[in-house]
Design a protein around this ligand. Structure first.
Ligand code: NAI
Length: 466
């Protein structure tokens, strides 16, 4: 790469390969292609300057090209150091879209790339963020608080925060006032995942969310599809590509039985593993039991299970005392958004043997070994290629509609977190039916009024849970 090029990718020569896969993905992403057909001419995102922080995969490439087809200018980074597909990043960079993403980038690079998605070559600012996990949003909000004189950078709580804070200080020195100006230029944020949405609600409760945000995750056509059916395909894919282990007959423990846990347990069980589940929520625990999974305490199964997967979005789930008790060559991985579900830091004291990228064997003092996937980062994107295109089409069609909604109608939205209206959720689903050959029954006027809806929908009241 030359110093004047406005992108950082592993190898721009991978662009042709990436383009071929983008072409294939388009055939599996009917929602995004329909958005291009419906809105391409009217250019609803003209004038939008979107900073995107979301796994730089082939599917995300189709999202980026859809946002551009609707008129947006886009700068992009990945939201995880291991999730980039280098050929996807190359193909997008080759079209002139600034992409900053390399599979296996360091934490320092990660935060400097997050910074780059806000550094427009004309010195202007982004007016929209498209976030996955909240890192891009947090970068700007923490920076703005630091510029306002708040003591937010003096006590990093983790190695990750140490690197983030160093990047914020660097930008504050290089461009004084940058974060405040960038924050004030933002019309809003659209957030992809459960963990990022949790962060947004916490900010809103504390009165610290200065713009409207759309919670894309809680569109039904996102969390009940991507989190569930997506993980159903991509969890075992990640474990197999990492280890080639025989799944059938193995005992697997899934920690958490929310949407991701449900998909993950189904994935393992579909591969023939005998699945056990841990849960803290009695409703989800009861669901797990009635779906046929034994609900257990991690402590009770830790020495007998073969495969462990965390899906909670919570921290400190598999701790060092658990890993000490595990069998020789137990496989440990996480599919939740952040790597703090597994206490990886304590494993640093032991002997690490790298088997291949994102697969490590860790030797304990007593000679026992475990296999750790993606250093505890989300393994379906670290060890494999994430969810298939079709399910990501549903998620990303919600993203496109959410970006359009905030960009065009931001004055309608108060500061705080919002979800898309149900008719748009139903529209996203509708756009994906033809591809599967699904035929929708049309309600007669009489039937519709009997159940209190209209033949065009929405078909359910807001409180319906699917
Ligand atoms: P969720 O809130 O539906 O499920 C999490 C479940 O974990 C809850 O039922 C909760 O009660 C349970 N839990 C919390 N603490 C626990 C503990 N100590 N032990 C056992 N269970 C516990 O969230 P969702 O949507 O399933 O997402 C989970 C995580 O996965 C989030 O971080 C989310 O951002 C991420 N995610 C990852 C994807 C991927 O492709 N890797 C896709 C979608 C979401």
């Amino acid at each position: 790469m030359s110093a004047t090029e406005d992108f950082i990718v592993a190898d721009i020569a991978l662009a042709d390969y990436g383009r071929k896969e983008l072409d294939i993905a388009e055939t599996e992403m009917p929602g995004l292609m329909a958005a291009r057909a419906e809105f391409g001419e009217s250019q609803p995102l003209k004038g939008a300057r979107i900073s995107g922080s979301l796994h730089m995969t082939i599917q995300t490439g189709v999202l980026i090209e859809t946002l551009k087809a609707l008129g947006a200018d886009v700068r992009w980074a990945s939201c995880n150091i291991f999730s980039t597909q280098d050929h996807a990043a190359a193909a997008i960079a080759a079209t002139g879209t600034p992409v900053f993403a390399v599979k296996g980038e360091s934490l320092e690079e990660y935060w400097s790339y997050t910074d780059r998605i806000f550094q427009w070559t004309d010195g202007g600012h982004s007016n929209m963020i498209l976030d996955d996990g909240g890192d891009a949003t947090m970068y700007i909000l923490i920076g703005a608080r630091a510029e306002a004189g708040e003591d937010v950078l003096s006590k990093p709580g983790s190695e990750e925060e140490e690197v983030l804070f160093a990047q914020i200080k660097k930008r504050m020195t290089e461009t004084p006032g940058f974060f405040t100006k960038q924050r004030d230029a933002l019309l809003g944020v659209t957030e992809e995942t459960t963990t990022g949405v949790n962060r947004l609600y916490q900010l809103a409760r504390a009165g610290e969310l200065p713009f409207p945000a759309i919670n894309v995750n809680d569109s039904v056509t996102k969390s009940k599809f991507d989190n569930k059916y997506g993980c159903k395909e991509s969890l075992v894919d990640g474990i197999r590509r990492a280890t080639d282990v025989m799944m059938a007959g193995k005992v697997a423990v899934v920690c958490g039985y929310g949407d991701v846990g449900k998909g993950s347990a189904a994935s393992l069980s579909g591969a023939g593993a005998r699945v056990k589940v841990t849960e803290a929520d009695p409703i989800c625990a009861l669901q797990a039991a009635m779906d046929g999974f034994e609900v257990v305490l991690l402590e009770d199964v830790v020495s007998t299970a073969d495969i462990f997967v965390t899906t909670t979005g919570n921290k400190d789930i598999i701790r060092i005392e658990h890993m000490r008790e595990m069998k020789d060559m137990a496989i440990v991985g996480n599919i939740g958004h952040f790597d703090n579900e597994i206490e990886v830091a304590s494993l640093r004291n032991y002997t690490w043997t790298n088997i291949k990228p994102q697969v490590d064997m860790i030797g304990f003092p007593d000679g026992k070994r475990i296999i750790l996937l993606s250093e505890g980062r989300l393994l379906n994107l670290g060890n494999a290629t994430g969810h298939p295109s079709f399910v990501m089409s549903a998620s990303f069609t919600n993203q496109v509609l959410a970006q359009m909604e905030i960009f065009q109608h931001h004055e309608k939205y108060e500061k705080g977190v919002h979800v898309l209206p149900k008719h748009l959720d139903e529209k996203v689903a509708r756009l994906h039916l033809d591809k599967l050959g699904a035929k929708l029954t049309v309600l007669s006027e009489e039937q519709a009024s009997y159940i209190g809806v209209t033949p065009e929908g929405p078909f359910k009241p807001e409180h319906y849970r699917y």
